[in-house]
Design a binder for this molecule. Structure first.
Ligand SMILES: [Zn+2]
Length: 209
């Protein structure tokens, strides 16, 4: 019995270790060993898919099918990465939770400089130690992907949403909500919007339970 349990545990540990190894491999694929490359332009392509999202610990997207085209320009003391993302990302609609796909077409430029000193990445220039011989672009590409997506992730037309879900989530229509939140004549005349909103809020909270 003891042995069986030990065996089961060790097997789980193996599966676990295998899982992390797969993640490390996926992220390692996003490394560029620049040291051995000659000055000038070098092109790379990285495939972003579900395995990439898993490896990076994503919790925002359902899936992606995006290619990152990276052109690295190597100069004496600096690397420049021109990154183009092209493909599709699938997210959950914030309104109805159904899957929704967005085209991804974004570009960004990253500069890499070298210093013994440690500097924070300011969003444009990344600092590496002169002893570093490669750079991993996984995090940077992931951030670029997220920034390429719209802030409001909803079906463009509410008619395209799953109407059952919309009805469940939306106790009032957007128009009604706007009327309640916008200052209007009734509020100027001493209307009771605050109380209405409070009542709406508690009603929504009630529905969620
Ligand atoms: Zn929707």
């Amino acid at each position: 019995m003891e042995f069986a349990k030990m065996f089961a545990d060790s097997k789980n540990v193996c599966i676990f270790a295998g899982y992390f190894e797969a993640i490390m491999d996926t992220l390692r694929d996003f490394s560029i060993p620049f040291k051995g490359l000659k000055a000038g332009e070098h092109e790379f392509e990285f495939q972003l898919n579900r395995a990439f999202l898993d490896a990076i610990g994503d919790e925002e997207l359902v899936d992606v099918d995006v290619v990152a085209y990276v052109t690295m320009t190597k100069a004496a003391s600096m690397l420049t990465f021109d990154i183009e993302l092209d493909g599709t990302a699938i997210v959950e609609c914030d309104r109805c939770l159904e899957e929704l796909s967005f085209p991804v077409d974004a570009g960004d430029t990253l500069y890499v400089k070298f210093s013994e000193e440690e500097y924070e990445f300011d969003g444009e220039v990344m600092w590496l130690n002169p002893a570093d011989d490669q750079i991993n672009l996984a995090d940077y590409i992931y951030e670029t992907l997220l920034l390429a997506l719209p802030y409001q992730r909803v079906h463009e037309n509410i008619e395209d949403c799953n109407q059952d879900m919309v009805a469940r989530f939306q106790v009032v229509t957007e128009e009604e909500f706007e009327e309640m939140t916008q200052p209007n004549e009734s509020s100027l005349a001493g209307g009771d919007n605050g109380a209405m909103l409070a009542a709406l809020k508690s009603k929504l909270e009630e529905e969620e339970k």
